[in-house]
Design a protein around this ligand. Sequence first.
Ligand SMILES: [Zn+2]
Length: 226
Amino acid sequence: MNTGSDSGAHAPEHERMLVDVACGDLDGRAAAVRALRASCPRCAEELDALAALQSALDRDAAEEQAALAFGRAPLRALRASGAASAPRSTPSAWRRLAPLAAAAGLLALGVVGWRLWDRAQPAGTQGETPLGAEIRAVSPLDGGDSFERYEWLGELEPGDHFELSIHAAGAAPGTPPLFGPVRVGANSYTLRGVELPDAIRWDIERFDGSGMSQGSASTTVRRSPR
Ligand SMILES: [Zn+2]
């Protein structure tokens, strides 16, 4: 089968292959899937997401099987007595359905969801990082050498101010910042004497004179390797 894997770009055949993988309909094509993973970054990403989804489903299925096995004991007794024809709901049927459930989830989630999720991720090596409707990060961006100088674009109305705060990259919501929040009445701030890790998320928020938030945004940046 031509997977288009030598073209280097994501192709419609890839999507068909991904759906087959999702359906567990792979017979004898493991090598083709490996080739696809190696040649197409987008497919590699989707295959990883699929594997994660599949193992989550497998965990659920194991729990479901335990519950079914427990619940079937009375059904078996009924069947033995000829009082009922027990439903053919078996763990193996569930195991066949699980990949279909995964596929349905993928089709619903995948094409639109992953793209959206992708876009929601902190920017990689882009130019300017959009930070919301009116605020835009200028520096540092990903690969910035120094975490000393912070600059952003955004208008201040009279009485407004910005607040800058800096978190460890990936810090859970509600975690206190490593620095700030500090009030800033301009579009830049110079930070001195603060040790920061090699990956941070910096947040900038605009407040009006009565302390109401007028927009906020954040960007994650990594120091380039020295
Ligand atoms: Zn692809």
